[in-house]
Design a protein around this ligand. Sequence first.
Ligand SMILES: NC(=O)C1=CN([C@@H]2O[C@H](COP(=O)(O)OP(=O)(O)OC[C@H]3O[C@@H](n4cnc5c(N)ncnc54)[C@H](O)[C@@H]3O)[C@@H](O)[C@H]2O)C=CC1
Ligand SMILES: NCC(=O)COP(=O)(O)O
Length: 357
Amino acid sequence: MTTPATSVSNLSLPLPRLAIPLGDPAGIGPEVVLKALGARDWSAIATVTILGTRSLLHQTLVALQQSSYAGPLPALDSLDLADISPPLPLETVTFGQASAATGAASFAYLQTAIEGAVAGQYDAIVTGPIAKSAWKAAGHHYPGQTELLAEGAKAERFGMAFVAQSPHTDWWLRALLATTHIPLRQVPEALTPALLTQKLDLLIHSLKQDFGLTQPRIAVAGLNPHSGESGQLGREEVDWLISWLEAQRQRYPQVQIDGPIPPDTMWVRPGQAWFGTEGRALETAHDAYLALYHDQGLIPVKLMAFDRAVNTTVGLPFVRTSPDHGTAFDIAGRGIADGNSMVAAMEVAVEMVGRRG
Ligand SMILES: NC(=O)C1=CN([C@@H]2O[C@H](COP(=O)(O)OP(=O)(O)OC[C@H]3O[C@@H](n4cnc5c(N)ncnc54)[C@H](O)[C@@H]3O)[C@@H](O)[C@H]2O)C=CC1
Ligand SMILES: NCC(=O)COP(=O)(O)O
């Protein structure tokens, strides 16, 4: 992962200020945050503020020190840690069991981070994973952290994108989801030309702002098998998607917009570019992929890059990144969670803040 914020030319710039809300206390959030903080010397490239519960982080650190985990861990005293109210009694937390109490805590951590970012105290929020069910149990009805971030930042247009750099080839995988946390049966109604235009605009803006790509090549997936096979297997493509794409090519003459690409084969070239199994794929793979629904994008992304993909919310006035994984309740408290996606989320946040200046 490259971190331009560390380059010599940037040494005089103020360091990016990251806020890290810990996520659900019963999940692996606190563990992966500690592992990520120990993974490198962050003080050279960022200032980091943890938003959570001190006693929970202390307990997690002690458990990790006593476990078979052999990687480096930070000293608790070395961390800038804000103890968020209301206090979370540790006896109410059972690893692996989301509850109203843990949902209320993770909600408060994130809200404090958002308030700080909106007030200009932080340049980026790197979120630990939350459980949507726990938020609901606590009375907070949001599909996910993305929507709370957008509401807090007063962003009417926002999108969910995933980025990852291949450890095999250094190639960047970037995918934006046109629809996110809605039932599959609602996807065709939710997908409209207006919605897709909004998401494409956000993607093109982010590619320029966050990755310096001014003439990107973007692939847009079809919705139906074989992109509808001329209307035989579904009509969205012939009814409006093909003409919408043509209109976008007129709107963005500097952007190569390909599609609708049959969703099953759209991911072949990214896979080759990611794993380095076909040399030409590095030149022919697109700079970004627009998937029409959650699993159309996230199954391939997680298949390629589950240990290092980064979820980012585009359209906010500050940077937001997150590891691609969830609370992993099945392994919480066992010390075996992989912290690499959290490391990548922090590095990508530093990089994006640096690029946005
Ligand atoms: N950004 C966020 O806050 C996210 C939250 N979630 C939430 O997390 C909860 C659980 O979701 P799941 O679908 O079970 O996905 P998950 O990512 O929590 O777990 C899926 C599988 O991957 C494993 N896994 C996940 N992260 C791992 C890590 N760092 N190291 C090793 N193994 C890991 C788990 O043990 C599990 O077997 C749900 O409430 C979901 O909504 C899911 C994705 C992102
Ligand atoms: N599948 C991605 C995911 O659940 C992330 O949601 P969010 O909490 O970042 O909105």
